[in-house]
Design a protein around this ligand. Structure first.
Ligand code: NAD
Length: 291
């Protein structure tokens, strides 16, 4: 069993991006600039956005964080997105999800200019992805592809079972794994909450991508020997032994699954850092396309 070390791979990719940005600046080019919008003060969202802004600074990107109270109106937020669309200095826009219930996430995502859609959630980005056209790939599935590529894991012809069909992880992941690209060319089964007898699918899987949002959901008895396991889940559980009283676990029960796997991502330090890499690569791309 080999750990797929998201922290190490992301450090390597970030070093490459940093060098590229330094060269762009030396040649008088524009500094890539990411704008993030955070509505409310959900602790998990605060941590995610904080990490993204910190990474921008690390890589030499410009960053702008706009924070708003939970009670802002949808119209107000749409106007803020439009301001960022019009701002020539901003290359990429991300709106941290989830948004408060009274604001339509679709309306806000659709309002982001597709050329600045560095999270890859806009219908134009997702449509182009489906058609195999060059676009911004959703950051988490993109990060997983970068991870597979880094370890030279060939999934051609392999049976990949994706658990979860969200618009930001499971569904795009299933599309990307099946494309005629490298990594890609897998045979993909997309499973979800209405799948009957999930275990019968996971037991056949050469590769499992778990994106469910349920702590330690995938257990060793559901996995065949030698499977490649990608754990997207981030779940906080109580842990009295920790000073904070809690810790993060994935959707995979690491202790029972790891011994059966050939490769496995840990949580934390697995897919999470790769998601940030996907976002940063998209931001650099957005800036280069524009300038
Ligand atoms: P989501 O809640 O939008 O989707 C969960 C999916 O799981 C749904 O499609 C649902 O059909 C499926 N599901 C629920 N119960 C199931 C069951 N019993 N059997 C099979 N499928 C079931 O979640 P999401 O946004 O895709 O996120 C999933 C997890 O990944 C969460 O823990 C989230 O925090 C995490 N996440 C991590 C990163 C990262 O960078 N590591 C990025 C995005 C999301």
């Amino acid at each position: 069993m080999q750990i797929l070390d998201g922290r190490a791979v992301s450090a390597h990719i970030k070093e490459q991006i940093k060098t590229e940005v330094a060269t762009i600046k030396q040649n008088g080019g524009k500094t890539p600039h990411l704008a993030a919008i955070l509505v409310g003060n959900n602790p998990a969202s605060e941590a995610y956005v904080g990490n993204k802004v910190k990474t921008c600074q690390e890589l030499g990107f410009g960053s702008t964080l706009l924070r708003f109270d939970t009670d802002i109106t949808e119209d107000f937020l749409l106007a803020e997105v439009q301001n960022l669309n019009d701002n020539q200095d901003i290359d990429g826009i991300l709106v941290q999800l989830p948004l408060p219930k009274h604001i339509s996430e679709n309306a806000v995502i659709n309002a982001i200019h597709p050329n600045k859609d560095v999270d890859g959630f806009h219908p134009i980005s997702q449509g182009k992805m489906l058609l195999g056209q060059d676009t911004f790939l959703p950051a988490t599935p993109y990060g997983i592809l970068l991870m597979l590529a880094h370890y030279n894991i060939d999934i051609t012809g392999k049976h990949c079972v994706v658990i979860g069909r969200s618009n930001i992880v499971g569904s795009p992941m299933s599309v990307l794994l099946a494309r005629n690209t490298n990594p890609g060319n897998a045979t993909v089964t997309l499973t979800h909450s209405r799948t009957q007898d999930l275990k019968s699918f996971t037991l056949q899987a050469d590769v499992i991508i778990a994106a469910i949002g349920k702590a330690r959901f995938l257990t060793g008895d559901m996995v065949k020997e030698g499977a490649i396991i990608i754990d997207v889940g981030i779940n906080r559980i109580d842990d009295a032994t920790r000073k904070s009283g809690s810790r993060l676990v994935g959707d995979v029960d690491f202790d029972s699954v790891a011994p059966k796997s050939s490769y496995i991502t840990p949580v934390p330090k697995g897919v999470g850092p790769m998601t940030i890499c996907g976002l940063m690569k998209n931001t650099l791309k957005a800036s280069q396309i524009k300038h």
